[in-house]
Design a protein around this ligand. Structure first.
Ligand SMILES: O=C(O)C1=C[C@@H](OP(=O)(O)O)[C@@H](O)[C@H](O)C1
Ligand SMILES: C=C(OP(=O)(O)O)C(=O)O
Length: 426
């Protein structure tokens, strides 16, 4: 992908559907009795991987333009897949599905691409094993491929060492197949889309602080779902607009769930001119239009409790930080090292090539005011968020930015380049 500097960002856009909610809509639709119609589903590769896996387990899922219809077969309706389940690049698919597979009455193998095979799975193997699951890491390295031998599960109380919605959701989904309450205690409450959607489908999940209690129910019931735009995708345009002169943008219909809205809090703390319009609730999720204007940013400290609410946005926050007076310090974000790439290493390496003053630390980055970025040949390490963050930097760099391995953007944001063209002179 080639990016040239733009004069300004203007207009109104929609971003594709929320990735986390799209995965969950397929999974819970499949496990419910009846038909779930999904509007606003993200047709990105990760979510299509979730569809493929459920089709492989006998779930009839139709895609008609932008409408996805899941013919749910209830909690006990999945069939043994004929082949290995392949999740592609999607950590969410692998970790959430493991919770669904562990209590089935069949065995299967679940695997994915090279990036997936390098990501840690002990964090789900341990609690699932404590629940009575039989999971074998085939290479004995606590990573995928995993062989999951369906077993009878029981409830647990799990103190999670990491605020991870994938770990939490994996355990909640497994707990649907137990008899008593399961409790999960998180260090900080992570994104709660699973809890919201399960309750919407007739489940029984309660949350007090960062303790989640799942009370098993006999059956889930299908319901139609409207998925809002993904705040993680909107983040790229929010930053693009803030750092480009004479710009103003409205991003319509974006999910602003408080467990996801850290990007808004942080960009406002950096002096970003951001306002929320038309706030409303759809299927239990908060939604708004986000209005952004070019701003003179200042540095900030991002740490502790807010990290889970903006974990996927840190690569693009690093770009914003180059344009902020003073220093921006990002701490307590070790989780960045175990995403699609080591996002501390990859962002530091590639943004440095463009002239950013950025230093990697063990748990984050320190970025100093370095607004004179220059175009360069950079690469994404096949990490969609890295590719898109570098593209945003390219919009305000001098000269041409050539991003290698940019196809991975389709994982979460098909049409990203066209959207940029729609709001600028790119
Ligand atoms: O549950 C989810 O949908 C996700 C949770 C987060 O991962 P962790 O649970 O590993 O923090 C996030 O980074 C990922 O993009 C999506
Ligand atoms: C980390 C991400 O996704 P996943 O864990 O599902 O691969 C992401 O989309 O940034």
């Amino acid at each position: 992908m080639i990016i040239h500097p733009v004069k300004s960002i203007q207009g109104e856009i929609n971003v594709p559907g929320d990735k986390s909610i799209s995965h969950r809509a397929i999974m819970l639709g499949a496990l419910s009795k009846g038909i779930t119609n999904i509007k606003g589903f993200l047709m990105g590769e990760d979510c299509l991987s979730t569809i493929r896996c459920f089709r492989d387990m006998g779930i009839d899922i139709e895609i008609n333009d932008s409408l996805v219809t899941v013919n749910g077969r209830g909690l006990h309706g999945l069939k043994k897949p004929e082949n290995e389940l392949y999740v592609g690049n999607s950590g969410t698919t692998l970790r959430l599905m493991s919770g669904i597979l562990a209590p089935q009455d069949f065995d299967c193998i679940i695997t994915g691409d090279d990036s997936i095979k390098s990501r840690p799975m002990k964090r789900i193997i341990d609690p699932l094993t404590k629940m009575g699951a039989n999971i074998v890491s085939i290479e004995s390295n606590n990573k995928a491929p995993l062989k999951i031998i369906g077993s009878k599960l029981h409830n647990i109380t799990h103190n999670s060492f990491v605020a991870s919605a994938q770990v939490k959701s994996c355990i909640i989904l497994a707990s649907l197949y137990t008899e008593n309450d399961t409790k999960i205690i998180e260090p900080v409450l992570s994104r709660n889309h699973t809890e919201i959607m399960l309750n919407y489908f007739g489940g029984n999940i309660t949350t007090e602080g960062s303790t989640i209690t799942s009370t098993p129910v006999k059956e889930l019931y299908a319901k139609d779902i409207n998925i809002p735009g993904d705040i993680s995708s909107a983040a790229f345009f929010m930053v693009a607009c803030l750092i480009t002169k004479n710009s103003q943008l409205v991003i319509k219909n974006v999910g602003i769930n408080p467990t996801r809205d850290g990007i808004i809090t942080v960009l406002k703390a950096m002096n970003g001119d951001i306002s929320l319009l038309n706030e409303r609730e759809i299927n239990g999720e908060l939604v708004a239009d986000i209005k952004v204007k070019s701003s003179k940013l200042s540095g900030t400290v991002i740490d502790k409790d807010i990290i889970p609410a903006l974990i996927d946005e840190i690569p693009v926050i690093a770009v914003a930080a180059c344009f902020a007076e003073g220093k921006t310090i990002i701490k307590d974000a070790q989780e960045l090292k175990v995403k699609e790439s080591n996002r501390i290493e990859t962002m530091v390496t590639e943004l440095s090539k463009m002239g950013a003053d950025i230093i990697g630390t063990d748990d984050g980055m320190i970025i100093s005011h370095s607004p004179n970025l220059r175009g360069a040949t950079v690469k994404s390490y096949n990490d969609h968020r890295v590719a898109m963050s570098l593209a945003i930097a390219g919009l305000v760099a001098e000269g041409k930015t050539d991003i290698n391995e940019s196809e991975c953007i389709d994982i979460s944001f098909p049409g990203f380049y066209n959207s940029l063209q729609n709001i600028s002179d790119l």
